[in-house]
Design a protein around this ligand. Structure first.
Ligand code: PEP
Length: 261
């Protein structure tokens, strides 16, 4: 059985003081790691301090991005190797905001996946789908292509260290237009089928696939009950600690575990 994974994505919100205060509020109130994994993706600037604060907590701190080289003349970029040395395990790669605002192509995302894996990190590979592309080419071609390109050259052993997130950009950041549970599961199912074509059924059944896009307390219970959705990537609704904890409890309850303290 695939263990549920809940990842909050803070994007470029919060100051370091707000971040530390938030983490102090939730770090001892999370389910044991064997029930569900809870992670927070935070700005690079906060990684070191929050990783220290959570060293003894089940809460894991995640990077929102990294570069595709370990070192060099790349002003402003973050080395995957340096992230690993900080004790960071997961890194979000290919988020739709990176693709759209920073022009990251599928090939660049794939380079980042390889650099992260080589540094000992575990990528959370986001695959996107926009309304326009959806209308023009159909969901299938677009999502499948991003999965195939994102995983190009990744071995079956390496796949075990990757989480994939289905994040239709038409559902991100709107606060209300989440994909319906059926649409969200379809996207995740499509990704799993693509992984099955590339690596076989057994590998596809092991890989965790998250849904992200305006997930909130109201729609989460229906999403998490779907067969191909193994967890959620939560943006806006993760910014409030009480709301985030409630959502963690919802996932745990849906998976038959115990709620947080
Ligand atoms: C995200 O940015 O990954 C995300 C899912 O954002 P939101 O929940 O705000 O749509």
């Amino acid at each position: 059985m695939r263990k549920p994974l809940i990842v909050g994505n803070w994007k470029m919100y919060k100051t370091i003081t707000e971040a530390e205060d938030y983490v102090a509020q939730i770090k001892d109130r999370l389910p044991a790691k064997q029930v569900a994994e809870v992670e927070l993706a935070v700005p690079t600037l906060f990684l070191q301090s929050l990783a220290r604060l959570t060293a003894a907590s089940p809460l894991k701190i995640v990077a929102e991005n990294c570069f595709y080289q370990d070192e060099g003349a790349f002003t402003g970029e973050t080395s995957p190797l340096a992230l690993r040395e900080l004790g960071i395990k997961h890194v979000i790669l290919g988020h739709s905001e990176r693709r759209r605002l920073f022009f990251e192509s599928d090939q660049v995302v794939n380079q980042k996946v390889h650099a992260a894996l080589s540094a000992g990190l575990c990528p959370i590979l986001c695959v996107d789908e926009t309304m326009k592309r959806l209308a023009e080419h159909g969901q299938v071609a677009w999502v499948v292509n991003q999965v195939i390109t994102g995983l190009a050259g990744v071995s079956e052993d390496q796949l075990a260290h990757i989480v994939i997130a289905y994040e239709p950009s038409w559902a991100i950041g709107t606060g209300k237009a989440a994909a319906s549970p059926v649409e969200a599961n379809e996207g995740c199912y499509l990704i799993r089928q693509t992984v099955a074509c590339l690596y076989g059924e057994a590998a596809a059944n092991r890989v965790r696939i998250l849904y992200g896009g305006s997930v909130n307390q109201a729609n989460l219970p229906q999403l998490i009950g779907r067969p191909d959705i193994d967890g959620v990537l939560i943006g806006r609704a993760s910014l409030d600690p009480a709301t985030f904890l409630t959502m963690v409890d919802q996932v745990v309850a849906a998976s038959g575990g115990e709620a947080s303290a």
